[in-house]
Ligand binder design. Structure first.
Ligand code: EPU
Length: 313
């Protein structure tokens, strides 16, 4: 069954009427889900809308945004109001509620850098506001992803944006592209990010995909140094003194998978971290490809890559 609510009050009424019985699954736009079978239970979705200012200082603004607002509509709203901070996260599919669950990130920014608090209600109707420090945020991780929190639904997310002009340009070739801009400003940076995403990532409305299919693996420094001897140009990001993050897309490409298909499921030709449905692949076909890719990376590099996508059913 599919249950949608447009306000906290509507959700509370559903809870009071005993309409939410296990098993249930709360979803956003579904852009990071892979259905491998039918879901035998209730699927819940928030349509809570609205963007309101709840605090304003000389140099920043704090806004409260409904979980059902489309993420990129919110980014566009920030850019239109000259609020800085969200622009590098332009065009990420999905909704505001999921942004706080997934800790979405791109081009040097993670949404945890903007979040101040997450408002929730649980399946028994108990409300709780989590300050950002209580949300357990790390790379593609949050408290809300843990199995124990499946009964907790995000209703609103509060973000702080800056009113002072500043840009995050440390990612890859971003600064060089930026320096070529005739009129470098907030709107231009959003357009630059949109351009980069469109070049590398397929539009899910055209070619079925869930963005990055795997999380980039984090390995011990000793392991990284061993790889460096064999692959002197291996791309990597320093995590801390002990750990190094390696792009899974690079590992997959080295294994020869880029652009390769298994039936109607394929590794995207322009970005090997993305698995695509060429049309007609089932959820299980995608899982089979994912397993084959994981096995190759394990055999060639001794590294385990883990899906970022959630398998349902
Ligand atoms: N690379 C390859 N071959 C490939 C893909 C990548 O060699 O086929 C290399 C690139 O040359 C580069 C490095 O891997 O040196 C990193 O590639 P890229 O900048 O494209 O980023 P990513 O690590 O593959 C991550 C996020 C993306 C995000 C980009 C930009 C994860 C799991 N993915 O990808 O997020 O847009 O960085 O910040 O961290 C998503 O989560 O759905 C997503 C698209």
């Amino acid at each position: 069954m599919w249950l949608e609510y447009a306000s906290v009050e509507e959700l509370e009424a559903m809870i009071a009427a005993g309409r939410i019985v296990a098993p249930y699954l709360h979803v956003g736009a579904g852009s990071n889900l892979l259905f491998v079978g039918d879901y035998a239970g209730t699927v819940l979705h928030s349509r809570i809308s609205g963007i309101e200012i709840i605090a304003e200082e000389d140099d920043s603004v704090e806004v409260r945004v409904g979980a059902g607002v489309v993420w990129d509509d919110f980014v566009a709203y920030c850019v239109d109001h000259s609020w800085y901070g969200a622009e590098n996260l332009s065009l990420i599919p999905g909704e505001v509620g999921a942004s706080a669950v997934q800790n979405i990130g791109a081009y040097g920014v993670e949404v945890k850098d903007l979040i101040t608090a997450v408002e929730t209600i649980d399946v028994k109707g108990r409300k709780r506001v989590y300050a950002v420090g209580e949300c357990g945020y790390a790379y593609r991780k949050s408290l809300f992803k843990s199995p124990a929190m499946k009964s907790v639904f995000v209703t609103y997310v509060r973000y702080r944006l800056s009113k002072k002009e500043h840009y995050r340009l440390d990612y890859g070739a971003l600064r060089r592209e930026w320096e070529k801009c005739p009129n470098p400003n907030l709107k231009a940076l959003r357009q630059l990010i949109i351009g980069i995403r469109r070049q590398k990532l397929p539009d899910p409305a055209v070619l079925g995909n869930a963005g990055s299919f795997f999380v980039n693996p984090v390995v011990q420094r000793s392991k990284f140094e061993q790889l460096l001897k064999e692959y002197p140009t291996i791309p990597h990001y320093e995590v801390d003194g002990e750990l190094v993050k390696i792009p899974a897309g690079w590992l997959i490409e080295q294994c020869g998978w880029k652009g390769k298909a298994m039936g109607r499921a394929a590794v995207y030709e322009k970005q090997a971290l993305v698995l695509v449905n060429l049309g007609g692949a089932s959820g299980l076909d995608i899982v089979a490809l994912s397993d084959a890719v994981r096995t190759s990376v394990r055999q060639q590099f001794g590294i385990e890559i883990v899906p970022e996508v959630n398998f349902i059913g």
